[in-house]
Design a protein around this ligand. Sequence first.
Ligand code: 0WD
Length: 258
Amino acid sequence: MGFLTDKRILITGVASNRSIAWGVAQAMHREGAQLAFTYQGEKLRARVEDQATQCDSNIVLPLDVARDEDIAACFAALAEHWDGLDGIVHSIAFAPKEELEGDYVSAVTRQGFATAHDISSYSLAALAKAGRPLMAGRNGALVTMSYLGAVRAVPNYNVMGVAKASLEANVRYLAAALGPEGTRVNAVSAGPIRTLAAAGIADFRSMLKQVEERTPLRRNVTIDEVGNAAAFLCSDLASGITGDVLYVDTGYHILGLG
Ligand code: 0WD
């Protein structure tokens, strides 16, 4: 029996078979969870429906987290399928590509800053708020995806790093607010992985190369490894862990000088 048997979990952020959310979905499916999926925009619908089928799921809902009405409709539709919810996987981020290049001060704009924070950080609170009635009292969990750029100045990551710092603070405030009703909130801070979102970051290839050369395990992390950690954090095995950031980065974050 898997460690997520009979848990009902909503997965956001599947955009391709390289998506971190796809690694999470596969791990959770393997461990016995029942899954629901969201997709952003009609272009992704068929692909996400296919991936959902591979996880024995037929609950596939549209969701653009920039739109309050989408969030409300998504949870209303989910409530028609399920009378309770045990987990939400938040695997969503966006910043304008031109802000993920060069020096932060030159690249940042008011609009880009607002967008990055709205889509990449506020959306976690928005999903927690919308999911709260379905999740209360079930010892459920939210898990989101962060990156080292939240706590270190990483070249080209720029405004996304500031948004990830906000996301990690969001995790702590949400954990404090939802803990009394039994809901836990944590982040996985993943090492760099080649995905669609990563393609927006200038010189991403050299990030992968530098990690591979220097990190304790001398290789980059996989979506399966991130998926296993997220599955654990959403499960009762992690019942004592909330408000935390778990690094799944082959150890890179512990390094000082190379
Ligand atoms: O190296 C990496 N890939 C890392 C990613 C290292 C550490 C953390 N992360 C984080 C990302 O910042 C993000 O929060 O993991 C999360 C998932 O990212 P991913 O798996 O790397 O990227 P991807 O497969 O592109 O999935 C992110 C998806 C979007 O994909 P695209 O490429 O179409 O932007 O987030 C979704 C969308 O499907 N997304 C949205 N979903 C709903 N509403 C929205 C939105 N407004 N914007 C983006």
